[in-house]
Design a protein around this ligand. Sequence first.
Ligand code: UDP
Length: 331
Amino acid sequence: MKDNQKTVLVVGGAGYIGAHACKAIAAAGMLPVVYDNLVHGHEEFVQWGPFEQGDILDSDRLDAVFRKHKPDAVMHFAAYAYVGESVEKPDIYYRNNVCGTVNLLDAMLRADVRTIVFSSTCATYGIPDAVPITEETAQVPINPYGASKLMIERILTDYGTAFELDWVALRYFNAAGADPDGEIGEWHVPETHLIPLVLEAASGHRTHVTIFGDDYDTLDGTCVRDYIHVSDLADAHVKALEYLAQGGQSDAFNLGNGIGFSVQEVVEAVEEVTDCKVRITIGPRRPGDPARLISDTRRAREELQWQPQYSDLNGIVSSAWKWHQRDKPCN
Ligand code: UDP
């Protein structure tokens, strides 16, 4: 390790987005140290620096890891993130996401680390009145998951004022795709996200995909989402650290492509990329799904100097397909 190499503690760094961030941190010449409890993360994803197993609710373990690695900054990805589960079990969502973050922030202050980049979400906006969604759009979350993330944004604001903590909250739209080199990818247990589910149907590992509603007020009646490549998200985290290092103001930024694709268009893109037919059935609407979620990302582009590299849907799906095929070739 170089003497002047910066160290970033990547909390939740063994998960889907956190692992891609570790790769981007290493590519930028910094050392990512992963802190993860492995409830949803995968130790195989820790490839670019040391691994410390631990829970964000464990203050003693956090203190020991801060003492050992002396990080310059923290990136915080550790959260429970299943919307449906958050409605069933709000207690574990608020304890893990909110109490866990307060615990982490307090450990940072004890270690005198005052820079954090936090994973937030477009779920903090709830059902917006209009799209595209800017950072000024009212944040009215409609489930405990979104509410937990909004509470953390508020906590960051208050800690920032009281304790000179510098923070950036990145509000992701629909994270998708996989590392173009195929080293890491989307691996959720259980899987609930559209693109991996459609890929599983294409490769014969699932009989069909159910489209949740085809009677929305959209061009083909299916929901429209803004899919953003996970490597573009990862890059934004590195840019957020640079922004804060250069004296940028603590703030929240949307991260998306600013382009919407319908569920039907995603299915068609998968069929084109995989050259496999996908069986679909039409099911009822999923509670809480807005017709359209599309980001306005001018603030991130202007302030963070961030520019997505993978805005093409087929490119996003191709990278996910490459990862998916590592052990599940097309039937
Ligand atoms: N979706 C679907 N069938 C599925 C899973 C998802 O029709 O089996 C739809 C869902 O209603 C939404 C879009 O695909 O409009 C993206 O859903 P996902 O769960 O991937 O992400 P979310 O938008 O909930 O964050």
